[in-house]
Design a protein around this ligand. Structure first.
Ligand SMILES: [Zn+2]
Length: 483
């Protein structure tokens, strides 16, 4: 993006994010909430919109919305209801979508993100529930077919205030939102699978001004990368018009990933009027019977809280705690390892280093990693006791991934125990010095950089199984004493 544009113009971005909930059944019927099956396999009169079929709200979806509401510190609207959003489209068999309009389940709330080293809050307008549409499939003969498996799958629509000012910031907000719903275990939020979708409103204003310019809406961004690119594209497009003294026309744009550009889909004139009204088939939701404080108590520790806790307690860097908290399963792994009594900084080094390297190499998720956190803690303690050194520890970890033997068995059967007995180590060092007498003389005459050479020889003679700190101390002492 041309950064000089951003010295004169400030982008103002608001998002509408749809999160697909992973409930067992759909929002208003008992059809399985599953996609990927044979088209129209998971359908019934309710989600096909057949006359006379009556919807009943899914309790698990309501509880998921409440969990998110509490996690973002929103206000739970104890009395809320569904409304019909009327429009015709082949993938919408009822002729309307059941959504929420002026009485959403959650008002307000915010999402904390790290922005330039500081934790800032991104304000939300609301969160509401709605049923998804079906899916149109265009075949190669020019026909359009419709699959209603996705019809009425429960969605949460999360609407932010127009408070984001940068494509990177927007990206961070979306990532954090995805992280939160994964921590709450209410959605897998995989953007490539359409479980997380987002539309953006974008406008520019002269830098330093507080009013809002005319906004456009960007749709069809199907990956985190395309969100960033589409926003950059639109910011540049609008800035180009404004710099020439033009005005922005309100419109909806579709992002075209292949062409790396957005195309105008419709202008303001055809903006639809959805004629919302309360859905007469669904009674208003009264949440007074729900144990809200119980739900609050059962919430997991949220990622930003973990990040701050780890930074303070273990003196870790922000980049590191962000990786550790990035995936709830990695966060649990790390916390469990610490719970076994291992120092937080040491555990972080191992998890960020060897553990992540191994799971990436194996192409598995941490849940499928064969070394549980308790065993990693045992390995770290074995190193701290001096039984093995760190490099041997790494080799053992790599073995534990594919073998069922215990750490002790591997050390014993492969003779990996550290050579730490002073006498044993001293004889190795004496041999090395005797063998390299010339180098020993040069060292004594002040060529101290030869220490590295002697270290290497001793480590090699002990097959890397000695404590480098100890070797160095003994070498220095022996070379000095033999002077
Ligand atoms: Zn159904």
């Amino acid at each position: 993006m041309h950064t000089d544009l951003l010295t004169r113009w400030e982008p103002v971005i608001g998002l509408e994010v749809h999160v697909q909930l992973k409930t067992k059944t759909k929002l208003f019927c008992s059809c399985p909430n599953q996609t990927g099956g044979k088209p129209n396999r998971y359908t019934c009169p309710v989600c096909l919109g057949l006359p006379g079929a009556l919807p009943v709200v899914n309790r698990q979806a309501i509880m998921s919305a409440i969990k998110l509401g509490l996690a973002i510190n929103g206000k739970i609207r104890m009395y809320n209801r569904f409304a019909r959003k009327n429009y015709f489209y082949p993938d919408m068999p009822k002729g309307y979508q059941i959504s929420q309009y002026d009485e959403p389940i959650i008002d307000g709330g915010s999402v904390p993100i790290w922005w330039r080293g500081e934790l800032i809050s991104v304000a939300l307008t609301r969160v509401h529930m709605e049923g998804d549409a079906g899916k149109s499939i265009h075949d190669d003969q020019g026909n359009t077919l419709v699959d209603y498996n996705r019809s009425d799958v429960p969605l949460l629509e999360i609407v932010s205030e127009p408070v984001l000012h940068d494509p990177d910031q927007t990206h961070l907000f979306l990532e954090r939102l995805r992280q939160i719903v994964r921590y709450l275990n209410i959605s897998d939020a995989n953007m490539e699978l359409g479980q997380l979708r987002c539309d953006a409103n974008i406008s520019l204003r002269p830098k330093g001004h507080t009013g809002l310019g005319t906004k456009t809406e960007m749709k069809n961004m199907n990956s985190f990368r395309s969100v960033k690119r589409a926003l950059e594209f639109e910011i540049e497009r609008q800035a180009g018009i404004l710099e020439k003294g033009g005005t922005i026309e309100q419109c909806t744009l579709l992002w075209n990933e292949e062409k790396n550009r957005a195309e105008i889909m419709r202008s303001k004139e055809d903006a639809p009027d959805y004629r919302y009204f309360p859905d007469p088939d669904l009674v208003p939701m009264d949440l007074s019977q729900v144990d809200i404080s119980g739900v609050r108590k059962a919430l997991p520790e949220l990622p930003h809280v973990k990040e701050q806790r780890w930074m303070e307690a273990y003196d870790l860097r922000l980049e590191d705690v962000q990786i550790l908290a990035g995936d709830p399963d990695i966060a649990d792994y790390y916390d469990t390892c610490i719970g076994e009594g291992v120092d937080g900084k040491t555990a972080a080094k191992w998890v960020l280093g060897e553990v992540l390297r191994l799971i990436n190499k194996l192409g598995v998720k941490i849940g499928a990693f064969r070394v549980p956190p308790q065993q990693l803690a045992e390995l770290i303690r074995t190193i701290e006791k001096g039984t093995i050194n760190k490099n041997t520890g790494k080799r053992i970890l790599a073995k534990l991934v594919s073998e069922d033997r215990s750490i002790d068995e591997i050390i014993r059967s492969e003779g990996l125990g550290q050579i730490s007995a002073e006498g044993q180590l001293k004889s190795v060092i004496d041999n090395v010095i005797a063998k390299f007498g010339k180098e020993a003389d040069r060292y004594r005459q002040g060529e101290t950089k030869l220490m590295g050479f002697f270290m290497g020889q001793v480590m090699r003679a002990t097959r890397g199984q000695s404590d480098p700190g100890k070797v160095k101390n003994m070498l220095e002492q022996i070379l000095r004493d033999q002077d």
